[in-house]
Write a protein that binds this ligand. Structure first.
Ligand SMILES: Nc1ncnc2c1ncn2[C@@H]1O[C@H](COP(=O)(O)OP(=O)(O)OP(=O)(O)O)[C@@H](O)[C@H]1O
Ligand SMILES: [Mg+2]
Length: 1183
């Protein structure tokens, strides 16, 4: 009972009952809904009911993400191994270890793991140090060979298409690379492969480059580890392929390559055409193979043949023989009846002729042959032909292998000092179990049975024996020993092979009699499965990997493999030396010997025994190739196919034995010599007294006493990982010493280097720091400058504020002073006025009193004169009375006159008072500026042609202008009046305007007033705006003075501009640069104006002007005249100057505004001159 959680990994047993189905790995997706939902490795979902909970088992952590060495798998079963391979395969990791056995899954795609870098990476590394790789196996073969001075072998097995040949080639390449001589012989060994593949490989449905023979390549190395030669052993070429191919399969590559690559001349010579023309090449209905380039292959085959010393003649002869086989394949037979007997004859055809000429035989040979020409039936004749051709091809292949061996094999030297070591690579077909298994399958499975036996012996049996011999603690392990099966097949008397052989040699022997004998001999053997009944032709054998049923039919024929007598006849009759050469051995044998020549099975058995003998003296490595799918597709993993192959490879046994045993062992002396570096102070083995004790000391110190290692009588036994650990430590210890030496040398080198570098670095540092400091300094400097600027600005601002306050104070004081001064001046003026007025009043009173007195004195004089006069007429007294009476009357008149004057004065006072009251009232009224200005400056237009020349002075100025004649005396009197208080008289002679004008005015301008626009401002201005402003002000002054007409545009454009305040317009105007253009136009117009004919007078404008011009306008007559004469003073582009006529107040505002906004001397001057009307004395001549 176990609890599951989401994400847990489990084994799911689907219990299909199928032979090759094992539990599949799965991950739990849901487990809280009563049922358990799992997703298996194939991506299928399963719902597990609680009652089926026995179907799932927890997965060991090692199986979840996979391990590099499957011995470490917790779930050491087929499912565990399969899943481990699957996980890695999906990640493109095709190699996995099982101890020192390598499992290679065919990737069916080129992986980037065979580069020269990878070769370097795997060179001289222990197994397990680096991830599993075919190079690691090759490397260990090579270095074990050198290290242990022992031959090595690598047994590469697997199904067809599993990658055996590729692995063999990779190992060869690696060995060639690391032996590193790049010698001719090395090249020859490598070049043997394309030739062997051309003649021995063909396209099958399972593999496009299937090796149809087994081979063992023994590579020989000299003492220095360089390749010095090789020997190739071939097993069981599938000769039947020469004549027959299954559907979608091809004959051997060489036929197709030859037909594609051979030159036309040669082809013509051999009478060759295209592949499709030959029956032997089209039986499988497939002449092309995807991914193979027959043309390119042919040239590489030819070049490889050259490297392997095939002469040109030999090449031609080989081609001739191949061509002859193809032509022979096209022969046809016709059925005939001779003497009531069925027979057949070969049809005479060009193919027959060509074949005969190629083989250099006469055509009679065919008619003299009973089997070919004149055989029982066409079918039998065809079959016979087939055997002949197979025989020829078989001998050709053997010859080629011998030829290659002749080139690459160097027999061992007789000198005992010359040691030669070898690495053997066995690329042999794996265990096979088809639906129908023939004699070849029996041979193949027999070979694999032997290899398994070898493996089991190596891994287990010999081990166990040795453990017992060495008297070490060894826990007995159950294992399947296939010795019994082997005994039954080939070892014990009356074994299956010997029975087949015997029956083959027996002339009357048939497949049925053979089967009968097999049954009767072995029916009691547990490893033999007899046919179920007497009709069945199949018998079964219990192999190490399972039961295989063999079809007994054809066994004897195949086993005989005897050369047809016709072939010998053909060879005899042939004049071709090459044919004779390849059949040399058979021809030499003689007929009887040949009849007794060994059968195929006995030959195979013998070569197998030799092979096993060779292997038994080697240290073996095993590579198990697995084919992941039948479709040659990458990343497609067929579980059932893989489990079948795993089972057939005996992997489980392997794992169990390897795990349980001690695969690594050393003699004590070897061990001490090898690992004494790990314990300082241990002497070499030959001067050691207690070797066993020393071994024990080293091993317990390095591996620990608790570890599972054993000390025997003469050897020490270790596990794989112990060996690895010790090797790594040894390497480390040696490396440490090497490093120590290197360290000292490098130290010396490095120190001198360092000194050089240091001085260079110091120099760079110096420069860099200098640069950095300078940069920093610049940054800081600019920072300080900014800081200073800020401080200074604050300081200046502070001092400015203080100064400003002070100036403001001074200004206040000054203004106060000036105002006080003005006040006092005014006060003095008021006092003066008062004094004068009072004086005037007093003088008037005085004058009046004087006049009164004068009149009284006059009246008295008159009375006295009258009294004198009357005395003459009357009495004195009466005269005096009369004179007094008249005197009184005159006094009375005088009193009346006086009264009258008083009354008038009173009246005058009252009138003035009223006037003042009225003015007071008017002050309250809203002011009409135009009226006011008109009133103020109306005097300009009231008089003659020039303003102020004649006419009335404005109100308020009359008194000053006109002094009544009658009062001149009084004025004189006034002049005589006491002097006014002293005024500070300034000498203004220096500041005369004419002098100023002469000094500062530009061009021809003088201090005198002119009535036309100026061409340039009076004063010099740098700023163009000021220049234009001055000219504009001057024009406005002229208009204000009435010397220039208002703008001609009288049509009121109601754009609202009249409502815009004058100051706004001034700002606008001042901002405009159009001034210049306007003024220039104005000046030009001025010029033009002079030349305009009087014909314009009657123009429409003239009428308009005359209509709109007020008769009582304040414009001077001259202006009126000019306007009515049509003189055009219009300005354009300036709202102030041209848009519309402006009132005097507006003009005044414009002029004053300019004076304010552009306080240049000129505008101030113009403004001042406009605002202060010139005095009458200077009105015509000066400003
Ligand atoms: N390591 C590999 N990398 C890439 N492709 C491979 C590898 N091994 C095998 N293959 C592919 O698989 C095909 C079959 O391989 P190979 O010829 O070595 O099989 P085999 O075991 O020798 O088969 P047979 O018994 O039929 O000769 C190769 O042609 C190649 O395409
Ligand atoms: Mg192969």
């Amino acid at each position: 009972m176990f609890f599951l959680m989401q994400g847990d990994y489990v084994w799911l047993d689907l219990k299909t009952g199928r032979e090759f189905v094992v539990p599949v790995g799965a991950v739990v997706k849901l487990c809280d809904s009563g049922q358990i939902q799992v997703l298996d490795d194939e991506g299928r979902e399963h719902w597990i009911f609680p009652q089926n909970a026995t179907n799932i088992k927890p997965m060991h952590p090692t199986s979840i993400h996979g391990v590099e060495d499957m011995i470490r798998l917790g779930d050491l079963n087929e499912a565990g191994i399969l899943r481990n391979l699957l996980i890695r395969y999906n990640e493109h990791v095709i190699y996995t270890y099982t101890g020192s056995i390598l499992v290679a899954v065919n990737p069916y795609q080129l992986l980037p793991i065979y580069t020269p870098d990878q070769i370097r990476l795997y060179t001289n590394r222990k197994i397990g140090e680096m991830p599993p790789h075919i190079f690691a196996i090759a490397d260990n073969c090579y270095f074990n060979m050198q290290r242990n001075n022992k031959d090595q072998c690598c047994i590469i097995s697997g199904e067809s298409g599993a990658g055996k040949t590729e692995s063999t080639k990779l190992i060869l390449q690696f060995l060639a690379a690391i032996s590193g001589q790049h010698s001719w012989i090395e090249q020859q060994v490598l070049e043997a492969t394309p030739i062997l593949e051309a003649f021995g490989n063909a396209k099958t449905i399972r593999n496009d480059n299937s090796s149809r023979f087994g081979k063992y390549i023994d590579i020989h190395f000299n003492k220095r580890g360089a390749i010095e030669g090789a020997k190739i052993e071939q097993y069981l070429l599938e000769k039947s392929r020469v004549c027959r191919q299954a559907a979608d399969e091809r004959n051997y590559h060489i036929f197709y390559c030859m037909l594609k690559g051979m030159g036309p001349e040669m082809k013509a010579k051999l009478g060759l055409g295209l592949a499709r023309d030959y029956c032997y090449l089209t039986a499988g209905n497939c002449t092309e193979c995807d991914g193979r380039d027959d043309l390119a292959d042919y040239s590489s085959i030819l070049s490889a043949m050259k490297v392997l010393m095939f002469s040109e003649t030999e090449n031609v002869e080989i081609s001739k023989l191949l061509a002859a086989i193809l032509h022979m394949g096209n022969l046809r037979f016709e059925a005939r009846t001779y003497d009531n007997l069925d027979a057949c004859v070969v049809v005479r055809s060009p193919d027959l002729v060509t074949a005969a000429s190629l083989m250099e035989v006469c055509l009679d040979i065919f008619s003299s042959s009973n089997s070919i020409d004149g055989g029982e039936s066409p079918q039998i004749s065809l079959l016979t032909l087939c055997f002949i051709m197979q025989g020829i091809y078989g001998r050709l292949f053997v010859w080629i292998v011998d030829k290659i061996n002749a080139a690459i094999y160097r027999p061992p030297s007789c000198e005992s000092s010359v040691i030669r070591r070898s690495i053997g690579l066995l690329d042999i077909f794996g265990f096979e179990n088809f639906i129908v298994n023939s004699f070849e399958q029996l041979c193949i499975n027999f070979a694999n049975e032997n290899l398994q036996q070898f493996f089991v012996r190596h891994v287990f049996k010999l081990e166990q024996e040795e453990y017992n011999l060495e008297d070490i603690n060894w826990q007995h392990i159950e294992f399947t020993d296939n010795q019994e099966a082997l005994d039954m097949i080939a070892n014990k008397p009356m074994n299956i092979i010997s029975l087949i052989d015997e029956e083959s040699k027996f002339p009357k022997g048939t497949d049925a009699t053979m089967l009968y004998k097999l049954n009767s001999q072995h029916k009691l053997n547990t490893n033999y499965i007899p046919p179920k009944n007497s009709y069945e032709t199949q018998f079964g054998i219990q192999h190490f990997a399972g039961v295989v049923h063999y079809e007994s039919r054809g066994f004897l024929e195949k086993n005989r493999d005897s050369l047809h007598t016709d072939i010998i006849q053909l060879v005899h009759s042939s004049k071709n030396k090459f044919i004779k050469q390849i059949f040399q051995a058979d021809v030499a044998m003689g007929v009887e010997t040949r009849k007794r020549s060994p059968t195929l099975s006995s030959q195979f058995k013998r070569s197998l025994e030799m092979l096993m003998r060779t292997l038994s003296v080697c240290q073996p490595f095993f590579v198990r190739c697995i084919k992941p799918n039948e479709f040659k597709k990458p990343l497609l993993f067929d579980r059932e196919l893989c489990i079948r192959q795993l089972r057939y490879s005996g992997m489980m046994e392997t794992i169990r034995i390897r795990r349980a045993g001690y695969p690594i062992r050393y003699s004590f002396a070897e061990f001490v010599d090898r690992y004494r570096v790990l314990m300082p102070g241990i002497k070499p083995a030959h001067i050691q007294d207690d070797l066993k004790g020393t071994c024990q000391q080293i091993v317990s110190a390095r591996l620990g006493k608790q570890e599972d290692w054993q000390i025997g009588k003469t050897k020490i036994f270790l596990k794989d990982h112990h060996d690895m650990q010790l090797e790594i430590e040894r390497d480390k210890a040696i490396t440490d010493k090497v490093i120590l030496i290197q360290k000292s040398v490098r130290g010396l080198k490095a120190r001198s280097n360092f000194r050089r570098l240091r001085s260079a670095v110091v120099c760079i540092q110096k420069v860099w720091r200098g640069y950095r400091s300078r940069k920093n300094y610049q940054i800081m400097k600019s920072g300080f400058i900014r800081l200073q600027a800020v401080c200074r600005s604050r300081k200046y601002y502070r001092s400015y504020r203080i100064t400003r306050c002070r100036i403001t104070l001074i200004q206040a004081c000054c203004r106060g002073f000036l105002i006080r001064q003005t006040f006092w001046r005014r006060l003095r003026a008021v006092l003066t006025l008062q004094a004068y007025t009072r004086g005037m009043i007093a003088r008037r009173l005085c004058q009046r009193l004087r006049a009164e007195r004068q009149r009284r004195l006059e009246a008295e004089r008159q009375r006295l004169a009258e009294e004198e006069q009357l005395r003459n007429q009357m009495t004195v007294r009466r005269a005096k009375a009369e004179a007094d009476r008249k005197h009184q009357e005159r006094l009375f008149q005088l009193a009346q006159q006086q009264e009258e004057r008083d009354r008038e004065e009173k009246e005058e006072a009252r009138r003035k008072k009223e006037l003042l009251d009225q003015m007071e009232r008017e002050k309250e009224q809203p002011v009409d500026h135009s009226d006011m200005v008109d009133r103020m400056f109306g005097f300009l237009g009231d008089s003659g042609p020039l303003p102020n020349q004649d006419g009335q002075a404005p109100a308020g100025f009359e008194d000053l202008e006109q002094t009544p004649r009658g009062e001149e005396a009084e004025e004189e009197m006034l002049n005589e009046a006491p002097p006014l208080p002293d005024e500070e008289e300034e000498d203004l002679s220096e500041y005369k305007f004419s002098k100023f004008a002469a000094t500062y005015f530009q061009g021809l301008s003088t201090h005198t007033y002119i009535r036309r626009p100026l061409k340039q401002p009076l004063l010099f201005h740098e700023d163009e705006g000021d220049q234009l402003a001055a000219l504009a002000v001057w024009i406005t002054v002229l208009r204000f003075m009435g010397d220039l007409p208002e703008p001609k545009c009288q049509i009121v454009i109601n754009d609202g501009s009249e409502k815009i305040p004058v100051m706004t317009k001034i700002y606008e105007t001042l901002g405009k640069r159009t001034y210049k253009r306007e003024l220039q136009e104005l000046q030009v117009e001025e010029e033009v104006r002079r030349s305009i004919d009087s014909q314009k007078r009657n123009s429409v404008r003239h009428k308009l002007v005359s209509l709109t011009l007020k008769r009582k306008s304040k414009i001077t007559e001259e202006v009126t005249r000019r306007l009515t004469e049509g003189v055009d003073y219009g300005l354009q582009g300036n709202s102030m100057l041209e848009d519309r006529p402006t009132s005097n107040l507006e003009k005044l505002h414009f002029i004053i505004g300019n004076g304010i906004l552009r306080p240049t001397e000129e505008t101030s001057l113009l403004t001042a001159s406009t605002c202060c009307p010139p005095s009458p004395g200077h009105s015509t001549t000066s400003w």
